[in-house]
Design a binder for this molecule. Structure first.
Ligand SMILES: [Zn+2]
Length: 194
């Protein structure tokens, strides 16, 4: 019987979030400048050692949960969820370790414009002249999490980078909307932000 499962998972995640940090980096981490990784949701940056520490925090929380009453149904659920969180964080870390950081044509500037009529983000990608051959110069991204996150898996690093910027802008626009303020319609990302 798992009636209250959704509620319990939420409660446990909130508990873990406040016990360890404010964000659980649920969207994973992205390669950022140098050897750093960045969380697209909270902007926290960390190196691989920091990611390993983050994994160990979850392992510690799980180990501590073994002091909860054995055989108690709620205790079992807590342990199960904490174990799941350990696996999730390990997966994030393994993913980072397995993706080679390739040097490639870096855009000079990315312009992201929200198209309200099509509910999409229209991206223009600019490069230093002479422009490298065969690069993506335009991208239209439907304004929904699924589409934005799918692009993260794109084999083209420029598409992945652009999707990160779309995601940043999407998060920003949502914050505005949540506060009842008109969201900005466009955003330019310059080389130092790419
Ligand atoms: Zn985060």
């Amino acid at each position: 019987m798992r009636v209250a499962r959704g509620w319990e998972r939420g409660t446990i995640l909130v508990y873990m979030a406040s016990a360890t940090e404010n964000c659980l980096h649920l969207w994973g981490l992205r390669a950022s400048a140098g050897s750093e990784y960045r969380c697209p949701a909270c902007e926290e940056r960390m190196d691989l050692e920091g990611v390993a520490r983050w994994v160990r925090e979850a392992e510690r929380a799980r180990d501590e949960s073994y002091s909860l009453v054995e055989g108690d149904r709620f205790g079992d659920i807590v342990r199960e969820e904490l174990q799941r969180e350990v696996y999730r964080r390990r997966r994030v870390m393994y993913d980072l370790q397995s993706v080679p950081r390739v040097a490639t044509a870096r855009p000079e500037m990315i312009l992201v414009v929200y198209d309200a009529r099509r509910a999409s983000y229209e991206c223009r990608i600019f490069y230093k002249e002479p422009r490298p051959a065969g690069v993506v110069e335009q991208l239209s991204v439907e304004a929904g999490w699924r589409t934005i996150l799918d692009l993260r898996m794109d084999p083209d690093p420029v598409v992945r980078l652009t999707s990160e910027k779309v995601e940043e802008f999407h998060v920003l626009r949502r914050k505005f909307s949540e506060e009842g303020a008109p969201a900005p319609g466009r955003r330019v990302f310059y080389a130092n932000e790419l």
